[in-house]
Design a protein around this ligand. Sequence first.
Ligand code: SF4
Length: 262
Amino acid sequence: MPVSDSVDRESGSDSDAEDGDSPAGLPINELFYSLQGEGTLAGVPSVFVRTSGCNLRCWFCDSYHTSWEPTHAWLGLEEILAEIESHDADHVVLTGGEPLLHEESVGLLEALDERGYHTTVETNGTIYRDAPIDLASVSPKLESSTPTAERDPKGDGEWEARHERDRIDMDSLARLVETYEFQLKFVVTDDEDMPEILDLLADLRDVADGPVSDDDVLLMPEGATRERLEETRNRVAELAMEYGFRYTPRLHVDLWNDAPET
Ligand code: SF4
């Protein structure tokens, strides 16, 4: 079972975490020990540091309390490091929300690097920061992520235009794949996502100063519950074979469904 943390959470305001304007430390939504559930390191025991605040609003966001209704406790770097070190893990996953919103994420990554941790950063690819990152796990958001009026969890359509405007930043994507070991992880809902993935890859290969191979591309079924994954995963696995990309499971959903801190 995942080990729960002892962080004392408080509700945070939407705006401070959203714009990354942290006075000191980071807005932490969850800090816990579990197995990496997705991507090339699936199955590796890891400490997860989940920051609050995101510049996007995917309708299917599986960390709703970092984006649509962000909550967090502000923790200093020393507190975060002490909590990480209380677990017996060599891998740390910095996730969100969008962790690279926060300048202080760089300080945390530097401190983790000094201590010999392998670091994965889970990012939506819209922000580049110069930091010691061992694996940039980049998940560009497709048009199917946009919270239209019909699929906006809050039902007010406020984020549709902003999300659509901001979800792809080709310069940041290119810098991330040029600088770091990376994986490109696409959340796939159905066949209709594939033309957009192919177009995006073609654009990225045009501008990036380095190779982006099909092996770097992972298709991940949309779904934060076992029930939803039942509906999406077989078709996404078939698409991976059809297009020659990799398939990634969502191991944490298979194991623990949508329980928090997994
Ligand atoms: S980019 Fe990630 S954290 Fe942000 S809204 Fe989308 S799924 Fe949620």
